[in-house]
Design a protein around this ligand. Sequence first.
Ligand code: MLT
Length: 210
Amino acid sequence: MSDFIHQYVPATNGSPWTLLLLHGTGGDERDLIPLGTELGNGAALLSPRGKTLENGMPRFFRRLAMGVFDIEDLKVRTDELAEFVTSSATRYAFDARRVVALGYSNGANIAASLLLRHPTILAGAVLLRPMVPFVPETKISLDQAPIWIGGGRRDPIVTPAQTLELVSMLQSSGAKVDVHWSANGHDLDQEELREAAKWIARIAAFPPPQ
Ligand code: MLT
């Protein structure tokens, strides 16, 4: 079994949803708990810590340079994360069909990688400042998966062009993508978080995928 150091917070209000919280470079499993609590409408929170270290900073996969990913490592780490989500559903008794990722930066990139490599693990995703993690060799079917993307117009780390490349990849795989542009750079702003929260509340009203 592939385990991660993680935090799990059970659902409140009877929410049947779980948010998979995926932090950015240098973060850890505690980072996104407040954001998940604010945005999740009572959803359970599953928050793993990335297992690779870059100068002591946790990440979800190795990179060779800024924006240049170690694809072999990314694939292995993505598979481990998929396994962790599945085994956590059994361990904590949450509904494996109602897991939505909420990832920021490096966490958004591994969430995108999960969508592309294990399309059935996530029922949807909120990707904050994401880019294309890798280009799949075969056509992926995301079957209307709802995805909310938050890009930063002035982001020097993940440029708008890089985010748009992911948007078109996800759209051509059949996902239902909503894009929001913040006037900020890599840092998030309150207004986009409010919009993301509204979107999560909307998709939480959907019936679970069969
Ligand atoms: C990444 O490495 O995943 C992206 O460049 C974002 C980051 O973590 O800086």
